[in-house]
Design a protein around this ligand. Sequence first.
Ligand code: NAD
Length: 506
Amino acid sequence: MFESILQRLGVEPVHSGVGFGTWVMRPGGGEIASLNPATGQPLAQVLTATREDYELVVEKASHAFQTWRTTPAPQRGEIVRQLGQALRECQHDLGLLITLETGKILSEGRGEVQEMIDICDFAVGLSRQLYGLTIASERPRHRMFEQWHPLGIVGVITAFNFPAAVWAWNAAIAAVCGDPVVWKPSCEAPLTAIAVQNICDRVAARHGLEGLFGLCTGEADPIGAAMVEDRRLPLISATGSCAMGRQVGPAVSRRLGRTLLELGGNNAAILTETANLDLALRAVLFSAVGTAGQRCTTMRRLIVHESIADEFIARLARAYASVPVGNPWEDGILMGPLINERAVQAMARALAAAQSQGGVVLFGGNRLDRPGWFVEPALVQIDPTAAIVAEETFAPILYVMTYKTLDEALALHNSVGQGLSSAIFTDRLTDAEAFLSPRGSDCGIANVNIGTSGAEIGGAFGGEKDTGGGREAGSDAWKAYMRRQTCTINGGAELPLAQGVRFDVS
Ligand code: NAD
């Protein structure tokens, strides 16, 4: 039924997962199956990379860097503009492939491609705005300024749940900054990566840009490990669990490389007494149940004022019961499957732990009796001190807890290790301002009367604490992909020294 989509995107039933403009036809790593999580059936097989295959991709990227770094940035932007155009042309097919491979519903699959297009547009504009500062020099007739140069090859490691958009956040910005990209996708979603690589290859081939975009599919070991240790990759941008970041961060730091870490979240919303409950209900439902709870920004904790808790939780439970769960490509479905059997088991373990720690399941949590990895979304009332609440379980479990004072709510909000996304629902300005103040949310993203999920690309995206501190996408996130050079020019015939230091020979 879906073979024609794969064909149109140039994905063969057994496809190489290694390429840089052309495909390495027989990479020597093992073969992995990409499974449709809604059926458990394979969509296609992918041949993964060995270290030798990885070497080839990095060599091609190194070669591409030699010319790409001196290509004027607006010309680099033109290539990214063409990439955005190519993505527009296959938005439908690529969106459907994302749905088939990850289980997210079709409007989210297409939305992910829209996010790729948006970041390409952003990067095109940015290609004419890689501004440096001019700084007043303390020395007479001296001029001081900063300029930004390309950094080198950027290693991009991505998670399964945004199998294309996170690559695009990195690749579009890296490309206009003058950096080639070597991409290690998740082994749970390699077909999306192959389809994206095909799109890149078509654009790159028109301009003789072999090696600018490289793909190296493989497990954390050997391919992730090779990237992390590789001094030719000055920046590793890694998206995934906190556990992954705890391995990647120190390893890259040991070689004094740069990391951009986008790790797990444990995102909460506070509902104050004055919240617009109709609006909050829709926002909570999308943030907690959307993408089957498999977004880094998924709402996992709901901190409700005790005066509205009974009414709101009852309404939420009714809304949970009305969420259509099913094949994610079908109209009207709002929640698809989890990614694999491990995710179903992890959800079951978390719910058992919650119950053993005093939690009460108010709705859901059961596995559906059908092929694939379907579950009901779960709503759990629990004491905020229960240990399980501090963990990110990558599944649709929302822990609900109550509070009396805003100070108490803020303390609960900030009590977990992760610091990605956050929200407050309130119609009282002083509560909103407190949430956004330095004593408020400690997260990288803080929203008022909006859920925790669904960021736009124009802002810098990322989180604090165990989420890793990285920022990607918009605003000035591009600075991570370039090296800053401070330059001073002496336009006079004297040699005055800074800080008034004298060093004259008579
Ligand atoms: P994961 O940590 O299992 O894997 C992510 C990627 O890292 C994969 O490509 C994997 O092969 C690779 N990897 C794992 N260990 C590695 C190592 N030691 N060295 C090199 N590479 C390694 O995550 P996942 O299950 O694919 O995705 C879900 C997780 O990702 C969740 O925790 C979610 O919150 C997080 N996530 C975060 C963001 C963000 O922007 N903060 C976005 C998406 C997902």
